[in-house]
Design a protein around this ligand. Structure first.
Ligand SMILES: O=P(O)(O)O[C@@H]1C[C@H](O)[C@@H](CO)O1
Length: 291
């Protein structure tokens, strides 16, 4: 592949860089998936259900960044789910790992160049809505891009129109039909009680929020808080993909001053593992309805 341009901090990966990475990924499989799935923290149980797997390690792709977070292994998985070709990312990149925002979401551009048309994103998140409980699933109906609002939007920098437009409307980012279908699938499986629909707010992390902060996040109108997803969803829309997102509520934030409860990453992983089989079953049913 061509040398990665030297001024990455300003302009990111060029269109040609992304195409070269996609060609590298495509060399590993004859499958040409249109469905892409990004597995959130501890949520790569979905990958277990993938048949005819081919694994492409991120570090085998020249110029591709690697994830450094426990619960995120670092590879793409090609294969089939219910006979449908899919490409999974087992391991995502986070802003708090030190990657600039444009780098966090560059794999989505690689997915687009591979041929992905529908992007399904999962994450682990903290529940802000008092009606939620740990273990619930929240279909994302909208997001609040807190880093974006404060000057760290993923689309900042030179824009190449071959990726998408300079100015992007982000209302309606999460596809209504896919949201509805997922809710139906979950209800048909008898789990209507754990499925919610709400607003995800992204914080930069890696700190979990203070008591004063969670009150602000709730006042903003958010139902769940996390440290990912928004840059990927925005780049997905920028690339004209259909985007769907679901958060697993791994912990409920505490609004009480002086609370002794302090969430840990291991708490998050524990709940993600408890829900792994159910998430897998839901996705197996859900993908059947995606063209
Ligand atoms: O990759 P996601 O957003 O699922 O990961 C969440 C947010 C942090 O990375 C981590 C905190 O435990 O889980």
């Amino acid at each position: 592949m061509a040398a990665i341009n030297s001024d990455l901090s300003v302009i990111g990966y060029t269109f040609e860089d992304i195409q070269a990475m996609a060609s590298e990924v495509l060399k590993h499989s004859t499958l040409r998936p249109k469905i892409g799935i990004i597995c959130g923290t501890g949520l790569d149980g979905i990958a277990e259900a993938v048949e005819n797997q081919t694994v492409v390690s991120y570090d085998s792709i020249p110029g591709f960044p690697v994830s450094t977070v426990k619960g995120h292994s670092g590879h793409f998985v090609f294969g089939t789910l219910q006979g449908k070709a899919v490409l999974l990312m087992r391991g995502r990149l986070h802003y708090y790992e030190g990657y600039p925002m444009w780098k966090v979401a560059m794999p989505v551009r690689v997915m687009k160049a591979v041929g992905i048309e529908t992007l399904l994103v999962t994450n682990a998140a903290g529940g802000l809505n008092p009606d939620y409980k740990t273990g619930d699933l929240m279909v994302i109906k909208d997001h609040i891009d807190l880093p974006g609002l404060t000057g760290e939007c993923v689309l900042i920098g030179k824009n190449d129109e071959r990726f998408g437009p300079r100015f992007l409307a982000t209302n309606g980012t999460y596809d209504k039909d896919l949201r509805q279908k997922f809710m139906e699938v979950v209800a048909e499986m008898g789990h209507a009680d754990i499925i919610k629909e709400g607003v995800y707010i992204m914080i930069g992390g890696p700190t979990f929020s203070s008591t004063a902060e969670v009150r602000v996040l709730r006042m903003f109108g958010a139902d769940a808080v996390g440290m990912s997803t928004v840059p990927e969803a925005v780049v997905g829309r920028h690339s004209s993909m259909r985007v769907f997102g679901v958060s697993l509520i791994t912990d409920m934030v505490d609004f009480e001053d002086g609370s002794q409860f302090q969430v840990t990453h291991d708490d998050v992983l524990k709940v993600a593992h408890q829900r792994a089989q159910l998430m897998k079953k839901m996705f197996l049913k859900f993908v059947q309805f995606i063209d």
